[in-house]
Design a binder for this molecule. Structure first.
Ligand code: DP6
Length: 335
């Protein structure tokens, strides 16, 4: 055996590596609040679309040569709470695989950090898949969705393809499944970015505050009905039926945020200007609806035929910094 061959064999025996890709997703019915924080069991069901073209690619390497877990995102080494959150998911993988090696996690996002596109969904979906594969675990889609959920709730929905529904329930039953493949409907998400500023309170902190709003119980009481209406309209490709439900659901979430203790204000003047523009565009006959996550940026929902027109129109509004147009994306996958 040559020297380099023995090095290669050493590497194979002591390193376990896999790379996975996952898309972020935009929720049409929002997840806001947990019934069990550590397990990330959601207080209500949610429904989303994976976003094609935007992606996180993550390589996980387990090796005895490492002293501790290492996290590198966009070529920057991260420590503290963000590393701890990744280690918690790696621990679940190591426990199941009976593996005791530290891991190096290298992750690259194709979309701008802090652009209000939740990178935790694609990040933890890619981490779950790459980590499980590197550890030699043979997990099915539901197992992977549950594993991703433990890292970030919305990541459960970035594991299956296309349009995904995530139901609450117990640890075992709280899993996201695809209700329609990406080819089902050529919807567009025109993402209108008005601020790149990193938010003071992120989703995890927000979920903890949800129950302090007296409006949360009203939001939860109607969530199942909104999900059913949204799912029915989505399966029928009926944007006129789906849009108003999606808008109401997003605004109810923001009402909960603004009435929490302490309150969370994510909406900015530019956000409101876009909401008013959307209503005006609809009056002019363009079928377009909005949704907003835990930030000031606005996602415009429309069919493919109106995507470019809306990109142009949104680009003319005050305070708009960047626009990204996306459509239905595939599942998390090994590459
Ligand atoms: C407003 O999944 O980001 O985007 O589980 O704490 O990571 P963690 O929260 P996260 O919450 C998503 C909140 C939301 C709505 C949604 O995507 O459903």
């Amino acid at each position: 055996m040559t020297n380099s061959e023995s090095l290669v064999n050493h590497f194979k025996a002591h390193h376990h590596r896999a790379t996975a890709l996952a898309h972020p997703n935009i929720a049409f019915i929002k997840y806001w609040g947990n019934s069990h924080e550590a397990l990330r069991l959601p207080a209500n069901p949610s429904l989303s679309m994976n976003l094609a073209g935007l992606q996180t690619v993550t390589t996980v390497t387990f090796s005895d040569d490492f002293a501790a877990d290492d996290l590198i995102i966009n070529e920057q080494r991260l420590i503290g709470p963000r590393l701890e959150r990744v280690t918690a998911v790696l621990d679940l993988i190591r426990m199941q695989a009976g593996l005791h090696m530290p891991a190096r996690v290298e992750s690259v996002n194709s979309f701008p950090a802090g652009a209000g596109i939740a990178s935790s969904a694609s990040a933890f979906a890619a981490l779950a898949l790459a980590g499980a594969a590197a550890a030699g675990l043979d997990l099915d889609e539901a197992d992977l969705s549950r594993l991703a959920r433990r890292g970030s709730g919305s990541a459960s929905r970035s594991v299956p393809a296309g349009f995904c529904q995530w139901l609450p329930g117990s640890d075992e039953s709280s899993v996201a499944t695809s209700i329609a493949p990406p080819e089902h409907w050529d919807l567009r998400d025109v993402i209108v970015i008005v601020s790149q500023v990193h938010k003071a309170v992120g989703s995890s902190g927000g979920h903890r505050l949800a129950s302090t709003s007296s409006l949360q119980s009203a939001r939860l009481a109607g969530a199942e009905a909104r999900l059913a209406a949204c799912r029915k309209a989505l399966l029928a490709r009926d944007l006129a039926a789906m849009g108003p439900v999606v808008e109401e659901d997003a605004i109810m979430m923001h009402a909960v945020m603004m009435t929490s203790h302490p309150p969370l204000y994510y909406l900015e003047p530019a956000t409101m200007a876009i909401i008013h523009a959307v209503m005006q565009w609809r009056d002019e006959g363009i079928p377009v609806y909005f949704t907003i996550d835990a930030g000031p940026n606005v996602h415009l929902m429309c069919e493919a035929a109106h995507g470019e027109d809306l990109r142009t129109r949104a680009g003319q509004l005050p305070g708009v910094q960047q626009i990204i147009v996306s459509g239905p994306g595939g599942p998390a996958r090994l590459i």
